[in-house]
Design a binder for this molecule. Structure first.
Ligand SMILES: [Cu+2]
Length: 640
């Protein structure tokens, strides 16, 4: 058994009971930082939301200086109104079923401005004070709101003592490919004490999140929700806003990286310690820690924007005694279907409509549970309180979990169930790659390999900027695959190992064509000894293809930007080369993507050379080069 597998088994073995004692938990360095004012926090720009809020106060967690969550528990408007609304909507006559959002979007002429100050601080979302990385001194970070087609501009000031960057998850970045926020791929890291301004269009609409793509800063809190208002594909009365479901670690990410990348064979995948809903969930009832709360009115239907901001775990979401209707997966509205729970792997979003049809005095729990395929210790369930209008808000609910609340299946919903509301039939692919996944030693360290190749970024030399200059001869460790001007690419991702992998492609929504069993290592890896290992001695090998060729819903298959591939299974994904750039295709499980689990797609290089990449990108690299000229960059992972 591999070390990773042993770690998984160990994690599973210990996850049932609480630890013997409440952890004292505060590193000396954190305590020394105190809970006073943290790094300077510039005034926030006015939030674009002008909705009449049915807000009620949400108690602040923990007593540290942050945890504000100004958006938590408030309803959102149908769209932002401080802008033109031709034909009654910011997007005019465009609807969810008359517009192919990959090809056209409203040109609203509106820009939404945000000012993000990124700094280290102390936070205590669950009652345990830890070091975290905060945007504007908040955890989770401020909400970004825009209407479909608006430009979003985020000025980021880096007050960390290390680099940083922001990735806008699920954004296509068509025409702004250099704004994808991946250090060493689309940009140099933002150097300490420098600013960088991201500017991108909200080309798709729905629910998403932003997060740092620099090392594992997101594990310590550097993320926040994004809501892009757009046409409805289902009716509801109110929008209950983002509901962030994220696991939480109590250690600083650099210390966890030391464990993850300890020399073989002592490497260990860091388990999560807790799980949070909108940044809250008292750790074993920790005094002073708050529970997230939501207010609803009996008889109304609410949209809930479930967003997995998890570091590594798969979430099972449910609401006691209530069913829900799925209306979107990631940025893709789907034909509605009803369920009693939702599964979210890392980075995924599911929008649901819930009819709150119980008596007005009702209060119930919403729950998110860390499914047992995840590396977890400590607390594996978070609860948030939902109060109907006549419920006693001072008394927490006493409702019982539904039959699927602790469902252990880690895969996404059956592909047969999930069809996009705007149908698209994928064309025949013009190129196919079979990509088996393996965890193996490179001689000293345990790393992830895709088709026998692993990845490490070079912060100082972003691949997109090299491609712009016509330099397509990338180092082998960049794991770059040049797909030229192919029209459409198909990947068969094969996972014979013991862990699930949430596979994410930047710059695209993927057609999810099929999934199925894939267990025969000898077949997959071309071996005779049953080992789940690819050859890593260089050169492209051919591997066995587990896919039997079937496609689920071939006329209109599921599309999304993250899809889970389960242990012993394959997934088949396809995407259109409609967006020239350098796009990571990676496992979104933080500790996997940190250890080489990244494949770099080089798409339409001839068109990259014609891109009008602004000079701020080069200046960011000069600033980074200056900083690294006098500071050592402590990069022990692959950098993403
Ligand atoms: Cu993974």
């Amino acid at each position: 058994m591999s070390v990773f597998a042993k770690a998984a088994v160990a994690a599973l073995a210990i996850r049932d009971g609480p630890p013997a004692a409440f952890p004292s938990g505060v590193p000396a360095a954190v305590a020394a930082m105190g809970a006073g004012p943290l790094a300077s926090s510039p005034a926030m720009p006015p939030t674009p939301s002008s909705s009449a809020l049915t807000a009620f106060p949400v108690p602040m967690g923990g007593g540290a200086a942050n945890s504000s969550q100004g958006w938590n528990g408030k309803t959102l408007p149908p769209f932002l109104t401080d802008n033109p609304t031709p034909q009654g909507y910011p997007w005019g006559s465009m609807t969810a079923n008359n517009t192919n959002y990959y090809e056209s979007w409203p040109d609203t002429g509106v820009t939404r401005y945000y000012d993000f100050n990124v700094a280290r601080g102390v936070c205590s979302p669950d009652g345990v004070e830890v070091q975290c990385i905060l945007v504007n001194n908040e955890f989770p970070g401020p909400i970004i709101e825009a209407n479909w087609g608006d430009m979003i501009e985020v000025k980021v000031t880096n007050n960390l003592e290390e680099g940083t960057s922001i990735h806008f998850h699920g954004f296509l970045q068509k025409d702004t490919q250099w704004m994808d926020g991946v250090p060493g791929v689309s940009q140099c890291p933002i150097a300490p004490n420098k600013t960088f301004t991201y500017r991108t269009r909200a080309e798709l609409y729905g629910s998403a999140w932003y997060h740092s793509h620099f090392e594992e800063q997101s594990a310590n809190g550097f993320y926040g929700p994004i809501v892009v208002y757009g046409p409805k594909n289902a009716e509801y009365d109110e929008d209950l806003g983002p509901i962030l479901l994220g696991d939480w670690v109590h250690a600083y990410y650099k210390d966890l990286l030391d464990e993850l990348l300890a020399p073989f064979p002592t490497a260990k995948i860091p388990p999560s310690d807790n799980v949070l809903i909108n940044g809250l969930n008292p750790y074993y009832g920790a005094a002073g820690a708050a529970t997230a709360k939501f207010a609803v009115q009996s008889g109304k239907k609410y949209r809930l924007r479930l967003i997995s901001t998890a570091c590594s775990s798969t979430q099972k979401f449910s609401i006691d005694n209530h069913k829900m209707t799925v209306i979107a997966n990631d940025f893709v509205p789907v034909n509605p279907y009803t369920t009693d729970h939702v599964t979210l792997s890392v980075g995924q979003r599911t929008d649901v409509v819930v009819e709150f049809d119980a008596d007005p005095t009702t209060s119930v729990w919403m729950r998110t549970f860390i499914a047992p395929c995840s590396e977890a210790q400590g607390q594996t369930e978070a609860k948030a309180a939902i109060f109907y209008e006549k419920a006693d808000m001072n008394t927490l609910p006493t409702s019982s979990p539904g039959p699927s609340a602790y469902d252990s299946y880690c895969g996404n919903d059956d592909l047969a169930l999930t069809t996009p509301f705007f149908p698209i039939t994928p064309p025949m692919p013009s190129h196919e790659d079979v990509i088996p996944i393996s965890a193996q030693s490179n001689g000293t360290h345990l790393l992830w390999y895709m088709k026998g190749r692993t990845f490490r970024t070079n912060y100082n030399d972003p691949m997109l900027l090299e491609a712009k200059l016509g330099n397509m001869d990338f180092p082998y460790i960049g794991n770059v695959h040049n797909y030229g001007s192919n029209s459409s690419i198909l990947f068969v991702v094969e996972n014979t190992g013991p862990m699930p992998h949430p596979m994410h492609l930047h710059g695209h929504n993927m057609f999810i064509l099929a999934e199925g069993p894939c267990t025969d290592n000898n077949f997959v890896f071309g071996r005779e000894d049953g080992h789940a290992e690819a050859r890593i001695d260089g050169g492209d090998q051919t591997y066995g293809n587990c896919w039997d060729g079937h496609i689920t819903n071939p006329e209109n298959p599921q599309r999304r930007d993250v899809q889970m591939v389960l242990p012993g299974q394959y997934i088949v994904v396809q995407w259109l080369q409609d967006n020239p750039g350098v796009w990571p295709f990676h496992c979104h499980l933080t500790w996997h993507s940190a250890a080489g689990f990244v494949w770099s797609v080089l798409e339409r290089p001839d068109d990259i050379m014609k891109m009008p990449i602004p000079s701020t990108m080069a200046q960011t690299c000069r600033d980074w080069s200056d900083w690294t000229g006098s500071h050592v960059v402590d990069q022990i992972d692959d950098g993403l």
